[in-house]
Write a protein that binds this ligand. Structure first.
Ligand SMILES: Cc1cc2nc3c(=O)[nH]c(=O)nc-3n(C[C@H](O)[C@H](O)[C@H](O)COP(=O)(O)OP(=O)(O)OC[C@H]3O[C@@H](n4cnc5c(N)ncnc54)[C@H](O)[C@@H]3O)c2cc1C
Length: 282
């Protein structure tokens, strides 16, 4: 099957892209790794496709003070090669385990987040890293925390006529930070069945002072593991995994492996917490 006919536009500026997207039936094209198959299957039938990949304002990746800004046209492979990534080891680890190098050469981080696949490692990592997405339109610009951006499986907070301009990731101000990622998948490069991202702040005595633990593959969107986060605060890194508790995350009916993912979640959290603690060097 091939796509239905549509108009193709490749604007040079964000303002021009916003003007084009204000017309009903217009849709953004970034790396095309999700959108092109959807067009070919006629699962989406836009009147106009707005290719944002040549907009220089959206191609920037920069550490501005303690905030990493990644523009909407920056591809995953470009993020992997950026020197600023050394300050965000969790993001580096997760990008390296997402899809395959040919896909990462085309796909953008923002495109992955807007697609909002419930099994995406990147959505889970961005919630754990307390990222925000900056969304613009002809009329307004707003910033949405990643925790509020994902509304369901393939549903995000981006509305008609809007474009995500960039994702912003704060660098932790904690003295010692451990972060890592753990997943179960059928094969390397495939989307995970279940995945967990962990960020721990630790004091000089190696006691955990804050925890952000996020699970993907169970609910229709990334979920904070709030019970374990609370249980870990004040506990020593050395044996933190023993304080992991059962979470109460209902499996989403539309996700094929969600019940299995819920069953194995405590094991995956324990692995991730153990690895995160092992990486902390006070
Ligand atoms: C073989 C294969 C393996 C894969 N494996 C994985 C995996 O292991 N883990 C994983 O998470 N993903 C995986 N993916 C999915 C892939 O990561 C996503 O398709 C990709 O990241 C989407 O980004 P893109 O830049 O290609 O977006 P596009 O396909 O161009 O767009 C995706 C959607 O987002 C919208 N969009 C894009 N950018 C914007 C923007 N700036 N503002 C508003 N809307 C926007 C588009 O309109 C479209 O609806 C895989 C894909 C393939 C083909």
């Amino acid at each position: 099957m091939t796509s239905l006919a549509f108009d193709y536009e490749r604007p040079a500026t964000v303002a021009a892209a916003m003007d084009l997207l204000a017309e009903p039936g217009s849709i953004v094209l970034a790396g095309g790794q999700s959108l092109v198959p959807l067009l070919n299957r006629r699962a989406v039938t836009p009147k106009r496709v707005v290719d944002i990949t040549r907009i220089s304002e959206l191609r920037e990746i920069a550490l501005d003070g303690d905030v990493l800004r990644i523009g909407a046209a920056v591809r995953l492979a470009e993020i992997e090669k950026s020197p600023v990534l050394k300050h965000f080891p969790l993001l580096a680890e997760v990008i390296a385990s997402t899809a395959s190098p040919p896909i990462r050469n085309r796909a953008t981080l923002v495109g992955n987040l807007v697609r909002a696949n419930a099994m995406s490692e990147l959505t889970v990592a961005c919630v754990a890293l307390d990222a925000s997405l900056v969304i613009g339109s002809q009329t307004a610009t707003r910033s949405v925390p990643a925790g509020a951006f994902f509304l369901g499986h393939h549903a995000s907070a981006v509305g008609a006529g809007e474009i995500v301009l960039r994702v912003e990731l704060p660098r932790s101000s904690a003295a010692f930070v451990g972060s890592t990622f753990s997943e179960i998948s059928n094969r390397a490069g495939a989307p995970p069945i279940v995945c967990v991202a962990v960020c721990l702040d630790v004091d000089r005595g190696c006691l955990i002072t804050a925890a952000r633990i996020v699970a993907g593959g169970i609910a229709a969107r990334p979920m904070r593991c709030l019970k374990t986060e609370a249980a870990l605060v004040g506990k020593p890194c050395a044996d933190a995994a023993q304080y992991v508790v059962a979470e109460d995350i209902p499996p989403a009916a539309e996700l094929h492996n969600a019940s299995y993912a819920a069953d194995v979640l405590p094991v995956v959290i324990k692995r991730a917490v153990t690895r995160a603690c092992a990486g902390i060097k006070p």
